[in-house]
Write a protein that binds this ligand. Structure first.
Ligand SMILES: Cc1ncc(C[n+]2csc(CCOP(=O)(O)OP(=O)(O)O)c2C)c(N)n1
Length: 374
């Protein structure tokens, strides 16, 4: 299904969401047609996108569109159930949702359960669903749009659930910035400094790269906890470990998108001040793992946020030399550290995926921490 035709059927003028690789065609189309503007806002998380959409409706009376990967359904449940729902404010919204982990289609472990429960979750949220496959026709869509209009009029929501390759667009955007370091060399340098310390890495390609760096250097994976799902929660996982293993240094590898997604975590980290914690944001100003669409990190200063939250030592690096110095100081201090490091957008074409399962990862990691597995 051509994404332009789909959007044209909908008569909607406002778009907000969080990018997804399965929605790459939609994201590229929106970037090309609207850019980042008052008509298209990439939100920090999917719940924010829903609330923003609600504000748009309140101010215009029109129907907004929110897009997300199904892993973001958890983030929208609260504003859908307690803000949009017809028993509350009856605010209509159209959703476009990328369906990862669709039953019967091979996908990564973090998508399997979410994929299974996706349709039921949307049903429970009273969102009427139309599923789009690669061969769905425009006349099938128009029928759903017609019945959807009645729901929209009465303040209800509808969703288009997009199966693998369900949407296409004629051009594919390339996203770039002016920085030169790669995320992979940043991560490799962290492993070299961290040595036997703990590393907790974020969702997406950062964890895939960490896994492959360990393989390449013939090092154990036992030092690493790979946050394959639950985007935005890496730093809180790392905090939980750091507070309960005060004798081990914990290095958290975050992304700008994932850090922004639940930035309140930085306030909790700063308030707790674990002296064995190094929070590193690998900042490419993009959601690189799902295609490279921008985050708002270009407009914010992570160092100032960290400072305001109470981190004790703060470093910012654009070059390998600056990054090395920051790593060395972080290694040798007993203070809560924050490092932001700017990197370019991109990754190796042949980047693989972890060959150990999440359960195997957990087992080796907990054993290394000296904990029994239940
Ligand atoms: C709640 C949720 N929303 C969206 C996604 C899809 N997703 C996976 S990785 C990623 C981008 C992460 O961006 P960032 O943290 O900046 O890291 P980068 O990929 O740029 O290294 C997104 C949006 C997800 N896994 N979970």
């Amino acid at each position: 299904m051509n994404v332009k035709e789909l959007i044209n059927c909908m008569e909607t003028e406002f778009f907000s969401g969080v990018p997804d690789s399965q929605l790459r065609a939609l994201c590229d189309y929106l970037m090309e047609s609207e850019g980042i503007s008052s008509k298209h806002i990439i939100a920090a998380n999917e719940g924010n996108a829903v609330a923003l959409a609600a504000g748009y409706h309140l101010a215009t009376g029109k129907t907004p569109l929110v897009y997300l990967q199904n892993s973001g359904i958890g983030n929208i449940i609260n504003p859908v159930a307690s803000l949009l729902n017809e028993e509350v404010y009856a605010i209509p919204c159209i959703f476009i949702i990328g369906w990862r982990g669709e039953p019967g289609i091979h996908d990564e472990p973090q998508h399997i359960f979410q994929g299974k429960i996706t349709e039921q979750l949307l049903k429970d949220l009273d969102i009427a669903v139309f599923t789009i496959l690669p061969n769905t026709t425009i006349s099938e869509i128009k029928k759903f749009v017609k019945s959807g209009k009645e729901r929209i009029k009465s303040g209800k929501c509808i969703a288009y659930l997009i199966k693998k390759q369900g949407l296409e667009f004629d051009s594919c955007s390339e996203y770039q910035n002016n920085y030169t370091l790669t995320r992979e060399e940043v991560i490799e340098n962290i492993t070299l400094t961290a040595k036997n310390d703990i590393i907790v890495s974020t969702t997406g390609k950062a964890s895939r790269e960490l896994f492959e760096i360990r393989e390449k250097n013939k090092e154990s994976h036992k030092y690493d906890f790979l946050t394959v799902g639950s985007m935005g929660h890496t730093s809180s996982i790392a905090l939980g470990i750091a507070l309960n293993k005060p004798d081990k240094k914990v290095w958290c590898i975050d992304g700008d998108g994932s850090c922004l997604m639940h930035m309140g975590a930085m306030a909790t980290i700063g308030a707790n001040k674990p002296d064995n914690f190094v929070h590193i944001v690998v900042d490419n100003m993009a959601h690189e793992s799902v295609g490279g669409m921008p985050t708002v990190s270009n407009n914010i200063d992570f160092s100032k946020v960290a400072d305001g939250c109470g981190y004790e030592m703060i470093f910012a690096a654009d070059t390998l030399d600056e990054f090395h110095k920051a790593l060395e100081q972080a290694k040798n201090t007993n203070k809560l550290c924050f490092i932001s490091v700017k990197t370019k957008i991109g990754s190796r074409k042949d980047l693989g995926r972890p060959t150990l399962s999440p359960l195997e990862n957990k087992q080796a990691f907990m054993e290394y921490l000296g904990e029994k597995i239940n």
